[in-house]
Design a protein around this ligand. Sequence first.
Ligand SMILES: NC(=O)c1ccc[n+]([C@@H]2O[C@H](COP(=O)([O-])OP(=O)(O)OC[C@H]3O[C@@H](n4cnc5c(N)ncnc54)[C@H](O)[C@@H]3O)[C@@H](O)[C@H]2O)c1
Length: 250
Amino acid sequence: MKSIKDKCAVVTGAAIGIGRAIALLLGENGAKVIVSDINEEGAKKTVQDIINAGGTASYIPCDVSKKEQVKELMVQAIATYGPIKMAVNNAGIGGVLSPTHEIKFENWDRMIAINLSGVFYCMKEEISAMLHHGGGNIVNISSLAGLGGVPGGSPYAAAKHGVIGLTRSAAMEYAKLNIRVNAVCPGWTETAILDGIKDGMVATSVERYVPMGRLGRPEEVAETVLWLLSDKSSFTSGHCLTVDGGMKSS
Ligand SMILES: NC(=O)c1ccc[n+]([C@@H]2O[C@H](COP(=O)([O-])OP(=O)(O)OC[C@H]3O[C@@H](n4cnc5c(N)ncnc54)[C@H](O)[C@@H]3O)[C@@H](O)[C@H]2O)c1
């Protein structure tokens, strides 16, 4: 794809799941992909698969909940492939399910550190770099849980609502400075993050609440991200795009 070809793209949480699918698709479309994750083995496999398919990619480790590591990730990304023109803040965890009054403080803190502060740390560094290099394009991976309540998952919902607040605010702040910021809100998507949910709960929920009656595939989320990162969405910023088999329309 012409508008992303040969440009540096950073994808966090790109070892497996949705992040991996995004990294592979960006690589297939000619971007120079920085594959970042705490899972070294998985991330290196993503890199190798991009290279085997004729693309360009490198692994840079980063725990997004550590601001010094995020800063170093962006410095290393620019040193490797030049100005960051695209960034996908995808790394996230599912967390522990429990009613709000029973949530352990450490579980709350971990959720906010990775799923919300991690996105903020990345955006802060990405935007600073993009302002310095004439602009860029950011996609944050939120969730349907960023648009509505999740009984038993209030820390996750709070973090994902926060990601939408960051997305919309930054989109307005930098709209005239050639930086677009959007969010993608996947519904139930077939990845390892669902492994932590009780047996049968996902299947029941899909059957009851997803009009298409199936889980999404990571590749379907990736296509939406590619569109938002490309010039084909040039007048779209501050948008939160659901990819959910019609679930939010009910
Ligand atoms: N799968 C779904 O149903 C679904 C739905 C809505 C939103 N999402 C969101 O999509 C994103 C990707 O999730 P997924 O479903 O692919 O999950 P996944 O568990 O398959 O992948 C998550 C990736 O993030 C990485 N990661 C976790 N903590 C990290 C950290 N501190 N620093 C860097 N990397 C870290 C993991 O190592 C892993 O590679 C998440 O933000 C998740 O909340 C997923």
